[in-house]
Design a binder for this molecule. Structure first.
Ligand code: NDP
Length: 251
């Protein structure tokens, strides 16, 4: 039996989101439904190709900052998953930026918070009934039952990015991911009792448009480890901040 039921991922037009869809669709324990959302699915030839050629891959329009778009996506996903509900929501979509004390602007801060911190909360709220449906059908804790995975960043770790040890200071990005980590903790407190696992997960430094060409990991390496880690999560990992290999990170 597959470890996965139905999985929804945000930001699948490129980068880590697209690779999650690709590797899940190639997996021997392929989820029943891989709901690959993007704000403009038609603009990603790679996503179009996956949804055309891989059974169970559904390309769905979702701009994580638009209430109307979220509402439409929930209706569409409800139709796809039916009474089985949604087992795993991966909040992956984000915007990156580098902003020093000299260059940071109000607009950059607000944009980062809107996409990276506020949107994952409201996307989760909107899909909660579908996650609860899935949670009610199973026992234990993990992606087999119901889970919210917030793709965070080590740059959101306050204890690892303080003082002289901070190598990359981005006011907008770092603070938005620290806020996302708090969202994960709050969700963990609220959703744990109904059996929904909640975690923040750092994917490593990855060669994508955001990570750049000098990053440590290829997107294939990162996603392969992320998927192994996700299926290994149990109650013990609930409310944690983990990296792609499942190691605990300090907040
Ligand atoms: P990319 O920049 O390659 O991709 C970002 C994705 O987010 C794109 O699909 C983009 O869509 C989507 N997106 C942005 N805004 C919205 C929106 N409003 N609605 C829907 N989708 C949106 O980033 P990565 O793949 O590298 O990053 C994925 C995740 O991993 C992010 O959460 C990031 O913060 C995190 N991360 C990445 C690291 C790295 O080294 N790469 C390191 C640490 C964390 P579109 O094509 O439409 O713009």
């Amino acid at each position: 039996m597959s470890a996965w039921g139905s999985v929804l991922i945000t930001g699948c037009s490129r980068g880590i989101g697209l690779q999650l869809v690709k590797q899940l669709s190639e997996s021997s324990s392929r989820p029943a439904n891989i709901i690959a959302t993007a704000r403009n699915p038609a603009g990603s030839a790679a996503l179009q190709e996956l949804s055309r050629t891989c059974p169970g891959v559904h390309a769905v329009t979702l701009d994580v900052c638009s209430e109307q778009s979220i509402f439409s996506a929930v209706e569409e996903v409800q139709f796809i998953v039916g009474n089985q509900g949604l087992n795993c929501l991966i909040n992956n979509a984000a915007v990156g930026s580098s902003s020093s004390i000299n260059s940071v602007t109000r607009e950059a801060m607000m944009r980062a918070f809107q996409v990276n911190s506020v949107a994952p909360l409201f996307v989760t709220k909107a899909f909660l009934p579908l996650l609860q449906t899935a949670a009610a059908r199973s026992t234990g804790m993990g992606v087999h039952r119901a889970a919210v995975v917030n793709i965070s960043s080590i740059l959101g770790s306050i204890s690892l990015n303080c003082g002289d040890s901070a190598t990359f200071k981005s006011y907008a990005y770092g603070t938005s991911k620290a806020a996302l980590n708090m969202v994960s903790r709050c969700l963990a407190a609220d959703l744990g009792p109904v059996g929904i696992l909640c975690v923040s997960l750092h994917p490593g430094w990855v060669k994508t448009d955001m990570g750049g060409p000098h990053a440590d990991l290829t997107v294939e390496e990162s996603v392969s480890e992320i998927l192994s880690t996700l299926v290994s999560f149990t109650e013990q990992d609930h409310g944690g901040f983990k990296d792609y290999r499942g190691q605990t990170l300090p907040w």
